[in-house]
Design a protein around this ligand. Sequence first.
Ligand SMILES: [Zn+2]
Length: 288
Amino acid sequence: MNHPIVNAMSFDIEDWFHMVEIDAVADTGKWETFPSLVERYTDQILAQLAAHETRATFFMLGWIAERYPELVRRIAEAGHELGTHSYWHRRVDMLDPDSFAEDLRRSIDVIEQASSQRVRGFRAPSFSIRPGTEWAFDVMLDCGLEYDASLFPAPRGHGGYPSPRGMHRFTDVPSGRDIPELPMSVMRVGPAGLGFTGGGYLRFLPTWFVHRGIRRLNRRGMPAVVYLHPRDFAPDCPRVPMPLKRRFKCYVGLKTTTGKLDALLSSFPWAACETVLGLDSPSTEAAA
Ligand SMILES: [Zn+2]
């Protein structure tokens, strides 16, 4: 192939206690009292990316950006793209348009202030845009965002959306506008789809299996999208009570992530989401 497909490398920057629907960490008033992992492991991610001279997208939680503006600055100064992962890490499908707009604007403000960079992309907490939540795209466009990376084109616990598997323009926006969409990578397993390029999926699955899945996507002309969190790299992540299935997905393979990221960075070409979507030149997009 003359032009190898460039895949998207992305990180959702939140702390270990920003897990949705876990009672032990649900009280936002207690977040300040928990020990934090986010700076140490985000700096480790930055060092890994620098060693491989790879640019990535960091979808920042606004709550983190407000408390760690120096961290946001370090990410921006290393040349990476900053996107938003909302302010409070609430599921979008549990909000209404007004409360989502308020949350999203607040996150964009704090991230732009800390980074001196424009925020163009959004990833929903827990990929929580589902059928019926399409109004969220109008809110994004009204907030000045230029793309979304929230859809998970397979059924899952929170969210899941029957979208095309590759990047595309999302056209079912209620106002009639459209917006570039970079959905999460899934592989077909019979009639279902399986995530394999991020979070618990990537920590659990063997490297050869993940790489084979990426090569298959690339052969079909689709870039893979990798998403990881600082806590995915943290064997010292505090354990809190949760249902057995969640416990497995939260804590499996935490020691393997650093090596798996190195292997991915060595084996495939990567870029930030805006680059993969072809939005690098700000003048090329004037849809809103
Ligand atoms: Zn998240």
